[in-house]
Design a protein around this ligand. Structure first.
Ligand SMILES: [Fe+2]
Length: 233
């Protein structure tokens, strides 16, 4: 994966990219990458970035409902200032879940990593869940198996806002709504305690996995100026 495969968005209407994002992320085989990176080249401030994220989520929800009969709902929404490196992992979430991250411009450089553990599992004759049980990449042997399935994105226009959508699923292939997930991780080679690196983070899942109507949390997410000190998992 090179940054050239990112989608560059000049307008402030990212929902027009929803079909392409849906194809890349909500994949029913491993010919698509399982994630998408949108680089916003227009002038977009933090509040506008979060509005664009919620608009994109609504379009993805419509596409998901058209295909599988279920809209997508938020499981969580938050804002974090974090410069910690993380090994390749799935976020703790239901077996069908999708991470949408809105990165604000920063001078802190990072490498963003994606590992196609679903493709690796399929090559080994395992389900994605079996692969994670037997070869968790938090341990070296599992990470070694994934080596040929890792995409590393560097120099990814960190001076621009970016939206990253990641398939975080581990559902049994062939079951209703099952799509193929990927692992994600980040390396911050040189953290800068004086600088901020703000990530607006949402977890999304089919409505059957969601709880109460999160409309209030969505309004708070879009309008707040608060940053949580919490570290992303
Ligand atoms: Fe994570």
């Amino acid at each position: 994966m090179t940054v050239a495969e990112s989608l560059f968005i000049e307008s402030t209407d990212v929902s027009r990219e929803a079909k392409e994002v849906f194809k890349r992320v909500f994949r029913s085989d491993c010919s698509q990458p399982g994630f998408a990176v949108l680089v916003l080249t227009a002038e977009v401030d933090s509040h506008e970035l979060r509005c664009l994220m919620t608009a994109l989520k609504e379009r993805l929800s419509e596409l998901h409902a058209a295909q599988w009969g279920e809209p997508l709902e938020y499981l969580s929404l938050g804002r974090f200032d974090q410069q910690n490196s993380t090994k390749l992992h799935l976020d703790g979430a239901p077996e069908r879940s999708f991470l949408m991250l809105g990165y604000e411009p920063t001078k802190v450089r990072s490498e963003f990593q994606i590992a196609d553990f679903s493709r690796c599992a399929s090559d080994m004759g395992l389900s994605p869940a079996e692969f994670m049980r037997q070869h968790n990449p938090m341990f070296n042997a599992g990470a070694e198996l994934l080596r040929g399935h890792v995409s590393t994105i560097t120099n990814w226009h960190e001076d621009c806002p970016r939206i990253v959508i990641i398939n975080n699923s581990i559902a049994e292939p062939g079951t209703h709504g099952a799509t193929y997930g990927v692992l994600h991780g980040a390396l911050i080679p040189v953290p800068d305690p004086q600088a901020s690196r703000i990530i607006n983070s949402t977890m999304i899942a089919p409505a059957c996995f969601a709880g109460t109507d999160p409309a209030m949390q969505v309004r708070e997410f879009v309008s707040t100026d608060q940053i949580s000190g919490q570290i992303l998992g």
